[in-house]
Design a protein around this ligand. Sequence first.
Ligand SMILES: Nc1ncnc2c1ncn2[C@@H]1O[C@H](COP(=O)(O)OP(=O)(O)OP(=O)(O)O)[C@@H](O)[C@H]1O
Ligand SMILES: [Mg+2]
Length: 285
Amino acid sequence: MAIKFEEVGHTYSLNTPFAFKALEGVNLEIEPHKITAIIGSTGSGKSTLIQHLNALLLPTAGKVTIEDKVIIANEKPKKLKALREKVGLVFQFSEAQLFEETIIKDVMFGPKNFGKTSEEAKELAKQALELVGIEEDYYEQSPLELSGGQKRRVAIAGVLAANPSILVLDEPTAGLDPQGTYQMLQLFKDLNKERQMTILLVTHDIDHVLRYADNVVVMDHGQMIYHDDKYAFFENTELLNKLELVVPKVISMREALIDKGLNLSKKIYTMDELVEAIAKEINHG
Ligand SMILES: Nc1ncnc2c1ncn2[C@@H]1O[C@H](COP(=O)(O)OP(=O)(O)OP(=O)(O)O)[C@@H](O)[C@H]1O
Ligand SMILES: [Mg+2]
C-alpha cells in the first residue's frame, strides 16, 4: 500500500465566510509502481486532491497515508521534509516556479534542499536535465531566457533531480507541442518502467489516458466517482457518456468497424493492433 485516502475532505478557507468544500469523503487507494490518470472536469478537485500527497495542502477531514507517513486532519504533520523528498510534485504551469539565476542552480535546488552537497546536487541536476532533453549549453543561462516548453522541462527536471519514488504531475504537457508532449509522456512511462516510480498524472487528454496510464480515477464535484483499470474504464460506455467524454479514435473506429460487421476483438486498443486485425480479416475474408 503506497498511497491511501480515507474519508478525506478539504475545505478551503475553513471557518470563514468564504469556506469552500473542494473535496469530500474521498476514499482512494493508489496502486504502487503504476501510472494512475486523474481526470474530471475543471474545478472537480484534481489539483486539490494531489496537493495532499506532499502535504502542500492538509486534509481538513480524514486521513492520507503515503507509504510510512500518515497525515490526519487537525493534527500537526510530522517529517514533512522526508515526505517531500519522496513525493515529487510538478504543478500545473510549473514553469512559473523557476526562480534561480541559472538553469543548473534551479535544478540543483531540490537535491541541495534535501541535504546533498553542491557537487552531488550538480551531478543529479545534470542527469535530470539530460532526461528532459535540455542540453549542457543552456546550464548557465537564466531560465527566463527559455521558451515556454523548455521552461516546463527545466521545472520537471527540478523535481526529478531529487529522485522521488512517487511522481505527481498536474497537467504536465498542457501547452506543449505534439512532439514535446510525446517525449515528455514517454519519459514518464520510462521512469515508471525502469525505476518503478509510482506516477499520478492529472490530464484532460483522454488519448493520453489510453496510451500511458494503467488506472483511471475520475473526480466530480470534489468526490471520487470512479477508480478502475483503464480497460474497464474505456469499456464503461455508460460512464463515458455520462462524463461526455470523446472516446479515443482507435476505440470509436474499432466499434464502428464491428458495427459494419467486421469480426474484431474488443481488446484492441492501439492503431497497430487495429491495422493488424483488419488486415487479418481482409486476408481471410
Ligand atoms: N485556494 C483556493 N481557495 C478557494 N477555493 C479554491 C482554491 N483552489 C481551488 N479552489 C476551488 O476548489 C475547487 C477545486 O479546484 P481544483 O483546482 O482542485 O480543480 P481542478 O480539478 O484541478 O480544476 P482544473 O482542471 O481547472 O485545474 C474549484 O471550485 C476551485 O474554485
Ligand atoms: Mg487543476
